[in-house]
Design a protein around this ligand. Structure first.
Ligand SMILES: C[S@@+](CC[C@H](N)C(=O)[O-])C[C@H]1O[C@@H](n2cnc3c(N)ncnc32)[C@H](O)[C@@H]1O
Length: 252
């Protein structure tokens, strides 16, 4: 197994601190939560995460487009839809699955996937619960965006064990970089109109984010794959574990 690891940039904060986020505690029907979900689209744009994830997927040396792609902690699915819009010309038929503990995909978002030729299955479940009811199920690509940082090291290590077993070709995670610059960016989210919930959670998220090779260090030893972990742009942190080979339908 090879590990390609970049060092965190100077100016990183202290150790990770994982704290509850308000959006996870608010009733999804609460107006502040609904507004914060919409803010997340702006935050993803501000961080450049759609472009970064789409580029990383495009550049992954897969011999064929993936058959099945799963996103953990997918929220309202609009992040994955935007990624799909960038990829569908090359990856015209993907069976996409979103897993989130809340049922948030609107009919419009589901239609958006259908218009691209992608099928979409929105699963409402805690990821660990989903892993229990889908034992042995593999996906060609497993991804997450702004999700892993919710988990403390021990739980994250367990989840990464599943990722190593279940991502046949690629596991990709895009998270906040835990740096002073990202903290400054989080403090400026009011300038792009984000509400109090989003501004609070952004700061919590940066403090729970990653730097250096912290995700690689939690990847199971012997989990296989080429690891690549690095800061991405000003505010993001990208982790990839690529398995050799390619080809559709490698999932069970
Ligand atoms: C910050 S949001 C990111 C949503 C989406 N990936 C995006 O970028 O817009 C994190 C999401 O993870 C979900 N989540 C948190 N813990 C979870 C868990 N244990 N299982 C499933 N979903 C979870 C939350 O409900 C929330 O929708």
């Amino acid at each position: 197994m090879k590990r390609f690891i970049s060092m965190g940039r100077p100016g990183s904060l202290g150790s990770r601190v994982v704290q509850p986020e308000w959006l996870d505690e608010l009733d999804p029907a609460d107006a502040r939560a609904q507004r914060s979900r919409r803010d997340l689209q702006r935050v993803n744009a501000w961080m450049g995460n759609v472009r970064k994830v789409a580029q990383a997927l495009e550049r992954a040396p897969l011999r064929e487009p993936p058959g099945r792609l799963v996103e953990w902690g997918a929220g309202d699915g609009t992040f994955l839809l935007q990624v799909a819009r960038r990829l569908h010309a090359r990856w015209p038929k993907v069976e996409a699955v979103t897993v989130d503990r809340l049922a948030l995909l609107s009919p419009q978002t589901q239609q958006g996937f259908a218009r691209l030729g992608w099928t979409i299955q929105a699963v409402q479940a805690d990821v660990f619960e989903w892993l229990r009811v889908d034992p042995g199920g593999k996906s060609d690509v497993l991804l997450s965006n702004l999700f892993l940082h919710h988990l403390a090291a021990e739980t994250l290590g367990l989840l990464l064990e599943h990722a190593a077993k279940r991502a046949a070709l690629l596991f990709l995670a895009c998270e906040p970089e835990r740096s002073r610059l990202a903290l400054l960016g989080a403090r400026c989210l009011g300038l792009i109109g984000c509400n109090q919930v989003t501004r609070h959670d952004a700061i919590i998220s940066v403090r729970a984010g990653f730097c250096g090779c912290e995700v690689s260090d939690l990847w199971p030893k012997g989990g296989g794959g080429q690891l690549n972990e690095r800061p991405a742009g000003l505010f993001s942190h990208l982790f990839q574990a690529r398995h050799a080979g390619g080809g559709k339908g490698r999932h069970a």
